[in-house]
Design a protein around this ligand. Structure first.
Ligand code: GAL
Length: 378
């Protein structure tokens, strides 16, 4: 039997079990005969230290509230026990659907079992929850393609490739360093794999040299995606591998917060103006980094429109509340270790300085004033 059919059967079974539980009170997944104002969606977000998760949380909340639902939105301060406790509370307070962006993708199995026991559908938001059969749906972006886009942006920034994928004018060789995200976040592996598949031919040919020799994800990962940890690792790399007057030409960075840490380390070490700072990539189009791109300091970011992601989470949540199966556009890629989770994946866009106006300002994501100041109004 194909995975697609299995997934459909799984969802049908879920809908049936939800129907069977009609009216059994708090946490009952069956809701089609209830008004939106009787229904609560628990939204568990990882941290408020990163602007993107604040935007995600706000978008999901606003969109659900606009449809009349009650929303229980919690941030866990990047602390795993706090997130577990918050999800537990959402379940005991009678959430009808859970939308969760996990801190550690493997740490919520107990909570998800409790949710399944209470017939509460669970939607993994941007980060897949692993090692649990009780993840009903996944909304995210094409995470492998994010990694490909990051590596391609590095190649374009260095002049080895053109934006349309053609051969660039530069020949190298260039010194680069690699960074990855948090190992407990499933996405970090997809980003790194996509990037390394793209960079490998250039590394093999000697056009790109990872001077530190650190090319394994375990060597380059940054726990919890922390800016300070990234700054420290870049400082260590400069001391250990670039103390012979050699220069770093490019840095693969998987996330804007990490990029800002890298840039600070480079600036402190004497790489100053736009022409001295190496090509640094990023992700999330956080406003502080968009300003750095506009100022010629950071080279690029990958824009993931959190408004669209929030919209998909709301569409999927509402489908579950109406005992329908949310529409997936990928039923193969995201195996969480126990099952393939049906997913809705959104496309991403690479943003260099030239794309800021069209992709970020014209679309209403940021105003020109926000880009100029590096501060968002929210
Ligand atoms: C990942 C997410 C990235 C970035 C990172 C750090 O899970 O996919 O877009 O936000 O977390 O927050």
């Amino acid at each position: 039997m194909s995975r697609r059919i299995l997934a459909a059967l799984g969802s049908a079974a879920l809908a049936l079990s939800m129907a069977a539980c009609s009216g059994d009170g708090a946490g009952s997944g069956n809701t089609s005969d209830e008004k939106p104002s009787d229904l609560t969606i628990g939204v568990s977000m990882p941290t408020q230290t990163s602007e993107r998760w604040i935007a995600d949380g706000n978008s999901v909340k606003e969109k659900l509230e606009a449809k009349g639902y009650k929303v229980d939105l919690q941030y866990a301060g990047d602390d795993i026990p706090t997130q577990s406790q918050q999800v537990d509370q959402m379940i005991t307070r009678g959430a009808n659907v859970l939308i969760i962006a996990a801190i550690d993708g493997t740490a919520l199995s107990g909570q998800l079992q409790a949710a399944a026991d209470a017939k509460i559908p669970v939607i993994a938001y941007d980060r897949l929850i692993r090692d649990s059969p009780n993840v009903d749906f996944y909304v995210s972006f094409d995470n492998y393609k994010v990694g490909v886009a990051q590596a391609s942006a590095l190649l374009v920034g260095l002049g080895l490739q053109t934006k349309d994928g053609g051969k660039g004018e530069a020949t190298g060789p260039f010194n680069i360093e690699l960074f990855a995200g948090s190992l407990d976040d499933n996405n970090a592996h997809f980003f790194f794999n996509g990037a390394m598949d793209t960079l490998k031919p250039f590394i093999d040919a000697g056009t790109l040299k990872v001077k530190s020799g650190q090319t394994k994800i375990e060597q380059v990962a940054i726990l919890r995606w922390q800016q300070e940890a990234a700054q420290k690792r870049m400082e260590d790399l400069l001391t250990s591998s670039y103390n012979d007057n050699s220069k770093v030409d490019g840095v693969l960075s998987p996330y804007d917060g990490i990029s800002r840490g890298i840039i600070t380390a480079l600036q402190n070490a004497g790489y100053r103006g736009a022409d001295e700072i190496p090509v640094v990539t990023g992700q999330d189009a956080e406003i502080a980094s968009v300003k750095l791109i506009n100022d010629g300091i950071q080279s690029s970011t990958i824009f993931k429109d959190t408004r669209l992601l929030a919209e998909q989470a709301v569409v999927a949540g509402e489908a579950f509340l109406q005992e329908k199966t949310p529409e997936a556009n990928d039923s193969e890629t995201y195996n969480n270790g126990v099952k393939v989770v049906p997913s809705y994946l959104l496309p991403v866009e690479t943003v260099f300085k030239d794309e800021i106006q069209k992709v970020l300002i014209d679309s209403g994501y940021f105003t020109a004033e926000e880009v100029a100041s590096g501060q968002s109004r929210n």
